[in-house]
Design a protein around this ligand. Structure first.
Ligand SMILES: Cc1ncc(C[n+]2csc(CCOP(=O)(O)OP(=O)(O)O)c2C)c(N)n1
Ligand SMILES: [Mg+2]
Length: 819
């Protein structure tokens, strides 16, 4: 590769790089004396040396060259730094291009600002050591490795003139999420999306080991080409030589991107197959330079530069070891800071000649502060998709299919603005959101066979069997100011637990940064849930994602368990309008009764929790003074059915027992107001769940969560929760409930056991309930499906008198109509 660099550009690039390296090292070490205007003393050194040097010079090198390309070609470019532990590098570059001082005026681009920049890094009250929400120009919380490439692709979708440069650590590349995300290029439409320029940072090492990709010889090239990329190699340790190679590689890559775009966008755009051009091999750069480049070559007799030993702090004992202090002085002086910064501490003009200005700066690209670009979705009135309900339970629907119609409408209304996508790991159809696919198709750039259906290069449903990639794409898409929806099987959403951790941390911090504008919420539809794993059984039964997210910052987390399709519509509409949250919606896809008409559903969801007066006989319905003997509460669609069925039995057989039915849609209403913004005041909670009355609570997930959320409530000792007990298999839906003691019969037994004095009066009913559970078992073993009284149960008409209580015949419980 020949060098395209005129000497003045080479000089400017190298000076800029030296300055960035000086600033990165200075941030790790210097408490004072930031320009080395006096001899370095131990008291100039931070007492705790924290940060990562090893990756920083490489990131600085890449940054310098991206700056050059942006400046010379007026590129719209942003950067994602995969090795996010290279925080000192990102901060150094943002300070050099002025974006840091623009966002944080208290850290000006002069000697005073330089002192703060260095002191604040990894320092109490200062800034984190990693690339984070606080870092200008970043959409990437870089502490947990593996997500850079999927974030970069998410940012590039629907941004047709944006190039997202993505630094991938060679260690990071070993992670599962990163390894699978190379395939994102089979989902990026060169005609309508931007481009990602991966830069594999092959510095050879991780914390304590070589990186696999640095030690596989020619296989690396085969691997990257196999993933559909056209790698250019930039290799060496002589900066002046490597600058030339890198400039040529970046030029070639950006030219190739422009050529691909032009090819796909010319004429009719070649959109229609078979006219569409062949899927391009996208350019990428492999930068093979020493880890800790320009740092100390040897420390205490051991090689450091170019090895894993440079990963964090190459000289660890500078305050106490005079030799380390001498080496640090030599290292910092090797950059000749006096040549880089003027007497006022400002970067000299010569080194900024190839640094872009305004919004072209990598620290200021508006795409990296997506809220600035966010436009509201054009959302339909959910009433237009409502299921008519004449009486509770009179009709049955597949809730997610109803939601699919709403989402299809959202998709249709926003096709022109191209700012809404749905992601999922191959389950959009299985989760019955099929209507969406009919509006837009599924993104697909790989080969197509005649048998395929609904694949489209510009499809806006994104399906790849990698929950990590789905999550990464969506995060990148949201963080750059667009909207989206993630539908997933409940058990397997756990795969992204860790990514959600990081994302929630990002949101928590960014909400507190006034310059970061609010972005659209991350919306999950968790479906194919624990209670209806008819095909799959135990492996697919895990409702614990809710437990996971409620550990996170309350300001960010919302959990909704709509009991029917109309409530699901209302909740989804609310979530699509919200900002800066992670919304978790749990809803089933199997046919189930519709309880509320749309008006009642909207009201119920707005309350988040409420008494269902039509299902209660505690006086709530008639307006008389309500006095429940027991509260039956439900959170979740299947628990709601069981609670209503239990209330039905109780009202028929113990008509004097005053039963209140409460339904919880918004789980966080259960917490106290001091712990969650949605939390109910104690007075409100105590009114719904009188502390001196037993509450039998049927919950979708693990029962302990309800106890956790309510442990401060006065009536907690009277709260008895049924939920998933990790009992499951491939069996009938009702058997799942019986196995976990959440079936209607067991709920009735719970009521009989918990209401003071009821036991002796209702002993016969209790026995019938236990017998019914036994009878159910016999039945399913004999017939392979649930008893008709279960499958055909409907909410009774309680305006009539209760029927006679269960009798026995031949020692066995008889089925009582309505039971
Ligand atoms: C998922 C994850 N696992 C482990 C770590 C701990 N860790 C921090 S840096 C690092 C090595 C990274 O190596 P590489 O990606 O090559 O970065 P670089 O060499 O540029 O520092 C590791 C293992 C992490 N941050 N994230
Ligand atoms: Mg490395």
């Amino acid at each position: 590769m020949t060098s395209p660099l005129p000497p003045d550009h080479l000089a400017a690039l190298n000076a800029y790089w030296r300055a960035a390296n000086y600033l990165a090292a200075g941030q790790i070490y210097l408490l004072a004396n930031p320009l080395l205007t006096e001899p370095l003393r131990p008291d100039h050194i931070k007492p705790r040396l924290l940060g990562h040097w090893g990756t920083s010079p490489g990131i600085n090198f890449i940054w310098a060259h991206l700056n050059r390309a942006i400046t010379l070609r007026d590129l719209n470019m942003m950067i994602v730094v995969g090795p996010g532990h290279g925080g000192p590098a990102a901060l150094a570059n943002c300070w050099l291009d002025g974006s840091y001082s623009q966002i944080y005026p208290s850290v000006p681009r002069d000697a005073a600002g330089l002192a703060i920049l260095m002191r604040q890094f990894s320092f109490p009250g200062g800034v984190p050591s990693h690339v984070a929400a606080e870092t200008p120009g970043s959409i990437h919380e870089g502490g947990e490795l593996g997500y850079s490439l999927s974030h970069a692709f998410g940012a590039a979708f629907d941004n047709p003139d944006l190039i997202v440069a993505c630094v991938v650590g060679d260690g990071e590349a070993e992670t599962g999420p990163l390894a699978t995300s190379w395939h994102s290029n089979k989902f990026l439409d060169p005609a309508r999306d931007g481009a990602v320029l991966p830069i594999l940072h092959l510095n050879g090492y991780k914390i304590a080991n070589p990186a696999v990709l640095a030690r596989i010889g020619d296989e690396l090239d085969a691997l990257l080409r196999g993933y559909g990329y056209q790698p250019a190699y930039v290799t060496g340790d002589d900066p002046l030589v490597v600058h030339g190679q890198m400039a040529a590689a970046v030029d070639a890559a950006t030219e190739r991107i422009a050529a691909i775009w032009a090819e796909f966008r010319s004429g009719d755009g070649g959109q229609a197959r078979p006219l569409r051009p062949a899927r391009p091999a996208w350019p990428m750069i492999v930068l093979r330079t020493p880890k800790g480049w320009t740092g100390p070559a040897e420390v205490d007799g051991l090689p450091v530069e170019g090895t894993w030993r440079s990963h964090q702090v190459p000289l660890a004992n500078v305050r106490t070891n005079p030799e380390h202090l001498r080496q640090l002085t030599q290292w910092l002086e090797s950059y000749a800071p006096a040549e880089l910064f003027d007497a006022d501490g400002r970067p000299r003009r010569e080194l900024l000649t190839l640094v872009p200005s305004g919004d072209r700066r990598l620290g200021m690209n508006p795409h990296a502060n997506g809220g600035l670009l966010l436009r509201d979705l054009d959302l339909p009135n959910p009433r237009e998709h409502a299921v008519p309900v004449e009486a509770p339970g009179a009709v049955s629907t597949e809730p997610t299919r109803v939601l699919g119609e709403l989402l299809a409408d959202v998709m249709r209304r926003n096709l022109a603005t191209r700012n809404f996508r749905i992601v999922g790991p191959d389950e959009t159809d299985s989760n019955r959101l099929t209507a969406v696919i009919e509006v837009t198709g599924k993104a697909w750039e790989a080969d197509v066979l005649p048998v395929d259906v609904n694949l489209a290069p510009d499809g806006r449903v994104m399906e790849i069997l990698s929950e990590h990639t789905c999550q990464g794409w969506l995060e990148g898409y949201l963080l750059t100011g667009r909207h989206g929806f993630f539908s997933c099987y409940e058990a397997f959403i756990h795969l992204v637990d860790s990514m959600v951790n990081q994302y929630v941390k990002w949101l928590k911090v960014s909400r507190a940064l006034p310059w970061r504008r609010p972005i659209a919420s991350l919306n999950y539809l968790i479906t194919s849930h624990v209670w209806r794993q008819d095909h799959n059984g135990f492996s697919h039964q895990d409702p614990g994602f809710i437990d996971h997210v409620v550990n996170k910052k309350a300001q960010v987390i919302r959990v909704y368990l709509p009991p029917d399709a109309n409530c699901l519509l209302s909740v989804a509409d609310h979530c699509l309008r919200s900002r800066d949250y992670v919304n978790v919606i749990v809803a089933g896809k199997h046919p189930s009764p519709e309880w509320l008409d749309i008006d009642a559903a909207m009201l119920h969801c707005a309350r988040g929790v409420g008494i269902w007066d039509w299902a209660s006989n505690d006086g709530s319905a008639s307006g008389e003074q309500a006095e429940p003997d027991v509260v039956l509460a439900a959170a979740g669609d299947v628990p709601t059915i069981e609670v209503l069925a239990a209330a039905d039995i109780l009202r028929r057989h113990l008509p004097d027992l005053r039963v209140r039915v409460v339904n919880v849609v918004d789980l966080m209403r259960l917490q106290t107001a001091s712990e969650h913004p949605h939390g109910m005041a104690d007075a409100e909670y105590d009114a719904l769940f009188p502390p001196d009355r037993p509450v039998i609570f049927a919950y979708h997930g693990y029962p302990t969560l309800i106890h956790r959320l309510t442990y401060r409530r006065a009536g907690h000792d009277n709260l008895h929760v049924r939920g998933y007990l990790e009992e499951g298999t491939t069996t009938t839906p009702f058997e799942m409930l019986v196995l976990n003691n959440m079936d209607r019969f067991h709920l009735v037994m719970d009521v009989i056991d918990r209401v003071p004095g009821l036991g002796p009066r209702a002993a016969m009913l209790r026995q019938d309930m236990a017998d019914s559970r036994a009878r159910h078992r016999e039945w399913i073993v004999a017939h392979g499906e649930d008893m008709p009284e279960i499958t055909q149960w409907v909410w009774g008409d309680h305006r009539t008198e209760p029927t006679a209580r269960a009798r026995t015949e031949g020692g066995r419980a008889l089925h009582v109509p309505g039971l």
